[in-house]
Design a protein around this ligand. Structure first.
Ligand code: NAD
Length: 503
């Protein structure tokens, strides 16, 4: 997108591939955000009162609406991002999978969760954890997947009974307007609202919300956490990555090569969990590189239908990609494909396979978020693991080997939130498992089964006596002797000291 300065609160958003007008957005005045949040806070009470079953019915209607409006949504997605159709069609699909999972599980997620007594003598108490939604969840989103980033966390929060104040990226504000229209059109209450704008609006969202779900760069994540700390507002941060792929000597090379190319070039490399660097065992290195180059040469670059991947979001993203490639070439790397921005219109950068790379180069150390695939030869599994872990990021990774047990053994040595064996990115489609980053890639996680709903709630432990007998026996009604006897008994029950016979 490119937002033209209209000197007003309305901007025109342009297609980064063609320069055509994608639409107009009316920015939110940051001073209005507290009032929007207050409206949501009021509406949230009725939403919570509907119960999990009632909310699931509304979410089911929304799922149908999204499915019926896929064409319109995807057309707008392509217009504001310059994506290929191949990339655009993944977004509503992902939300449908997530919605369908939460619709089925939200009642279970929100039901009081009974807990056992820690010791038999404490079973006089009935313990349950209740989940109570936070009133307003602020969602601050990036631009790379305008549908997925807007909704993949929002639907969990809505299922929990929260209201959602969504701030889309200022680079892709249009799609969210349609998503909001759909929410209203399907008869849902006004517990979803938008705040359109950049940093100042985001800050107002943080100041007015009870929980912040942030997806974006690690640098901004730090600022979000600092701001939220002022009111001790909890945050979940899904941040940047520099995901490694490891190709072992017994890998299916055609599969690994195609996965590397798709994983690196999908959405023009603008995916948090894209393959950003590859470590290949020396015995299969030549074969792997040849297969990668062949696969890349078949890719068609362009926006919309008939293309494999599209434009970068804007000139700044082209500049980052070019800087990383130029830095690598200046330090001795070779570009086997691409390597130079094409002539002509649009924020395009060609798919670029880099070899003879090392960790002194930006393309191996910083997040590129562009269509590059740097490949490094390694002579042992240990070297591959060490290099893969040599990064401030820890989002996800992939390992390729025909021996799945061997691949799993490597996977658990990697310092990151998820590892795909013989595949890339696919864990993103699995809301039953947590998706979160280690190190500077994040704090907390999205999804994670029932946790994908419960994370938006406060936990309330309710402890009820099973019988009236014995209630109050631990108050101030003991003699010193009785207290000592009671302590001795508890120590014994708790088995703090090893039993004599166990010695
Ligand atoms: P960004 O950090 O520049 O912006 C993200 C959002 O933060 C935008 O809505 C922006 O307006 C807002 N923002 C800007 N300054 C802010 C401030 N001071 N306080 C609060 N909010 C502020 O990121 P981006 O360029 O939009 O997105 C790309 C980044 O997002 C990449 O690093 C990518 O890896 C990451 N990402 C991560 C995931 C994940 O799940 N881990 C998913 C998608 C993207």
């Amino acid at each position: 997108m490119t937002a033209t300065a209209d000197r007003s609160d309305v901007s025109t958003i342009l297609n980064p591939a063609t320069g055509a007008v994608a639409g107009q957005v009316r920015w939110t005045n940051p001073a209005d955000v507290p009032q929007i949040a207050a409206g949501l806070r009021e509406a949230q009470q009725g939403w919570e009162a509907r119960g999990a079953k009632g909310r699931a019915k509304v979410l089911a209607r929304y799922a149908v609406w999204l499915d019926e409006h896929r064409d319109e949504i995807e057309r707008l997605l392509i217009a504001e991002t310059g994506k290929s159709t191949t990339d655009a069609v993944q977004e509503v699909l992902l939300i449908s999978i997530i919605l369908s999972y939460y619709i089925k599980t939200v009642e279970k997620a929100m039901a009081p969760d009974p807990r056992p007594a820690p010791l038999p003598f404490l079973s006089v108490k009935k313990i349950a954890v209740h989940y109570r939604p936070r009133a307003v969840v602020g969602i601050i989103a990036p631009w790379n997947y305008p549908v997925a980033n807007a909704l993949m966390d929002a639907v969990g929060a809505l299922a929990a009974g929260c209201a959602v104040l969504l701030k889309p990226s200022e680079r892709t504000p249009l799609t969210a307007e349609v998503l909001l229209r759909g929410w209203i059109d399907c008869g849902a209450p006004e517990v979803l609202a938008l705040a359109q704008g950049a940093r100042e609006v985001a800050e107002a969202v943080i100041d007015s919300s009870d929980y912040i779900q942030f997806t974006g760069s690690s640098a901004t994540g730090v600022k979000v956490m600092e701001r939220a700390a002022r009111r001790l507002t909890p945050v979940s941060l899904e941040l940047g990555g520099k995901d490694p792929m490891i190709v072992l000597d017994d890998a299916d090379i055609p599969l690994a090569a195609n996965a590397a190319v798709w994983g690196a070039m999908f959405n023009a490399g603008q995916t948090c969990v894209s393959v950003e660097r590859v470590y290949v065992m020396d015995t299969v290195y030549d074969q792997f590189v040849a297969a990668v180059v062949k696969a890349v040469e078949n890719l068609k670059m362009g926006a919309g239908a008939g293309f494999d991947f599209g434009a970068l979001i804007d000139e700044s993203q082209v500049a980052v990609t070019a800087r990383h490639v130029d830095d690598a070439l200046a330090k001795g790397a070779k570009a086997l494909t691409g390597g130079k921005r094409p002539e002509g219109k649009g924020s395009f950068y060609p798919p670029t396979v880099l070899v003879d790379v090392d960790h002194s180069m930006l393309c191996m150390s910083e997040e590129t978020f562009g269509p590059t695939l740097p490949i490094m030869k390694v002579s042992s599994v240990g070297e591959a693991v060490r290099l893969a872990n040599d990064s401030p990021y820890g989002l996800s990774a992939s390992v390729f080997s025909k021996d799945v047990e061997r691949a799993k053994d490597v996977a658990v040595q990697l310092e990151c939130g998820a590892v795909n064996v013989n595949d890339v990115i696919s864990n993103l489609m699995l809301p039953t498992a947590p998706m979160g980053g280690w190190k500077t890639s994040g704090i907390g996680a999205r999804f994670g089964g029932l946790d994908g709903v419960r994370k938006f709630c406060r936990q309330e432990t309710v402890v009820v006596p099973r019988t009236a007998a014995g209630a109050g026996s631990n108050y101030y009604n003991h003699t010193v002797k009785a207290l000592a006897r009671g302590n001795k008994l508890m120590t014994k029950f708790a088995q703090i000291r090893p039993r004599r016979e166990a010695k």
